[in-house]
Design a protein around this ligand. Structure first.
Ligand SMILES: Nc1ncnc2c1ncn2[C@@H]1O[C@H](COP(=O)(O)OP(=O)(O)OP(=O)(O)O)[C@@H](O)[C@H]1O
Ligand SMILES: Nc1ncnc2c1ncn2[C@@H]1O[C@H](COP(=O)(O)OP(=O)(O)OP(=O)(O)O)[C@@H](O)[C@H]1O
Ligand SMILES: [Mg+2]
Ligand SMILES: [Mg+2]
Lengths: 165, 168, 165, 168
């Protein structure tokens, strides 16, 4: 119904504005109904303005800015209707170190509500996990799960090592 | 409710029985490209009732059964069991008294499917209803698959609306 | 003309098979004309089989396997008609450490023919550069270019530092 | 031929004059999200004659001119100059005797465009022909923009054919 959609949509917009400002430490963003008179069927545009920049459609932002904005929207949706668990597959891939730090800060808050399973290649994200699993394919084509931990290997890189059995 | 564990046997590249035990907070899964991490996500989608082969990155549902490697023959059965805890009070109907619920899905290469809740045979619909009761049914933002963020970004305004309606 | 297309297409197929095998250290891949009788207009399918796995359409591979296969195709095209320079914007993003190592090995060979400009967030790729620039936005919205170098900062991470002026 | 340097002034986020000096081998460009790295790629595409605003991640061509920030007013001119060396013998026509070639493109906010080769005014066509002679015209695999790999992967078989024809 129109009322139901508009009330959820309004809540989502407000939450999105907040989460965006937290991720970008400033700036502004919004959702825009392309056809205000036809709220039930109108397409939705996402506009965003990272701090110090101009407001524009999300498609004109940089690779990392776009991803962080989309994650802000997905997290906003989650915060309005938290599910008991959430699975994220490599969503941190396009983010730089600073943005991953901010993303992890918001993620940690969301664990008050829910359990998270996150698939990642990123060392910072791994450092933030409460529990770490590795998947390997020692035998080609056959997956195996192992417990792993992080270790600094002395030459400026952190390595993932199998945990002691 | 929270996830306790996921067991897989014969699901995609998990030719041998594997158990992912969950804890509160953040569980991270790491590993090289192609080793099977996203397959774990697919297993969760599948055991919760996903019927779209496209969402499971497959041509046909049969493709989720381990289809062999250089050293192993294909298997004839794919099974995934998701055990969730602390559900008392959240679930309506016949399963409402259980503290812990084990959701099972099996697919045989013959095409036969089986669905079980705490070892009691049931229908796919029962599994999906269960998840709606516990609030895990909001598929839109509960499971963000690899590439889903790009999809949201590249979507047309109308496609984007559908994605947003799904989540909220 | 049909001859021209088929000769380039055949050369591309052969090169693609080679580069794929080098990237994946085994396995096989191919390009497939969907309509062999209509070579001039037919769509093209990409099939690939990483070592120990089954041959399938590229869309059914993992995120990193897909990316590495597509890069193999782009590099093959480059090797057939090398351009004097080549610009790559964050193509290493979905690759794990081992695949980045193999990608960089092939990239180094290609510098015999040509000059490369590569945009990256990845530390291994940065370590392989002959020249490293950083772009910053100290003043919001205004880009500035600086020379940078890599330094190990002692806690298991390599950091990018401005080079001495 | 090889790239010697790229100068930008007023192109997208490069409000101040910047010079990227190239060397043989691999030059890497790093920096945080949104700081301007892909804008450098756009500048190279643009100075070589790109006319598709979509390829330049813009709505209109005017969008490539620095459009202001919190602390600065918009500029009225965008200029990029790409200097390439060692071209003798590769180029036909009037520029064939030069050892080094500086390709300039300017766009004024009034809509006026200027194109120059070694400070001699020319047409956009002359710039594009130049690149075809030196083999840098194979745009398909010469400049791989951010997201181009995904595009190749998500393309339909017919779209993919077009991409492949472009490259080879
Ligand atoms: N039915 C099946 N039987 C055997 N192997 C399968 C089956 N279905 C998929 N696979 C294999 O599983 C692998 C994909 O695994 P997955 O997508 O989980 O990788 P990943 O760890 O997420 O990698 P990435 O980091 O690249 O995203 C593919 O190589 C694919 O061939
Ligand atoms: N005409 C313009 N004037 C001022 N700023 C602009 C202009 N056009 C684009 N920008 C800004 O440049 C920034 C994009 O930069 P760019 O795409 O180069 O980032 P990037 O360094 O590649 O980041 P990422 O790592 O996220 O891909 C955007 O924030 C955009 O607002
Ligand atoms: Mg994956
Ligand atoms: Mg970029």
């Amino acid at each position: 119904t129109k009322e139901m959609f508009l009330s959820t949509y309004t809540a989502l917009r407000e939450k999105f504005k907040q989460v965006f400002r937290e991720f970008f430490e400033g700036g502004q963003a919004d959702l825009v109904l392309l056809d205000e008179n036809n709220a039930l069927e109108s397409g939705i545009e996402i506009v965003a303005q990272p701090p110090g920049k101009r407001l524009k459609s999300i498609t004109l932002l940089s690779g990392g800015e776009k991803a962080l904005t989309a994650i802000a929207l997905l997290f906003s949706s989650f915060l309005i209707h938290p599910s008991p668990f959430c699975v994220l597959d490599e969503i941190d891939a396009p983010l730089d170190e600073e943005n991953i730090r901010r993303f992890l800060k918001v993620l940690r808050r969301m664990t008050d509500h829910s359990q998270f399973l996150i698939i990642t290649h990123n060392k910072r994200t791994m450092e933030h996990a409460d529990l770490l699993y590795g998947v390997t394919m020692e035998e080609a084509g056959v997956s195996k799960l192992v417990s792993v931990k992080l270790e600094s290997n002395g030459n400026g890189h952190t390595a993932v090592k199998p945990a002691a059995i | 409710m929270y996830l306790k564990k996921l067991e897989m046997l014969g699901f995609k590249s998990f030719a041998e029985s594997m158990v992912v035990t969950f804890q509160p907070g953040i569980t991270a899964i790491v590993g090289p490209n192609g080793c099977g991490k996203s397959n774990i996500v697919d297993a969760i989608l599948w055991v919760l009732g996903e019927q779209s082969t496209k969402s499971l990155r497959s041509d046909r549902m049969e493709d989720v059964i381990f289809n062999g490697s250089e050293t192993r023959r294909p298997l004839n059965l794919s099974e995934a069991i998701l055990t969730v805890g602390d559900v008392s009070g959240e679930i309506a109907g016949q399963f409402g008294d259980f503290e812990e619920i084990a959701i099972s899905r099996r697919l045989f290469r013959t095409g036969e499917s089986e669905y079980l809740i705490n070892k009691i045979p049931c229908r796919l619909k029962d599994i999906r209803d269960l998840l709606i009761d516990t609030g895990a049914g909001h598929k839109g933002h509960t499971i963000i698959e690899q590439g889903k963020v790009d999809q949201l970004l590249n979507a047309s305004p109308l496609e984007r609306r559908e994605l947003i309606e799904e989540t909220a």
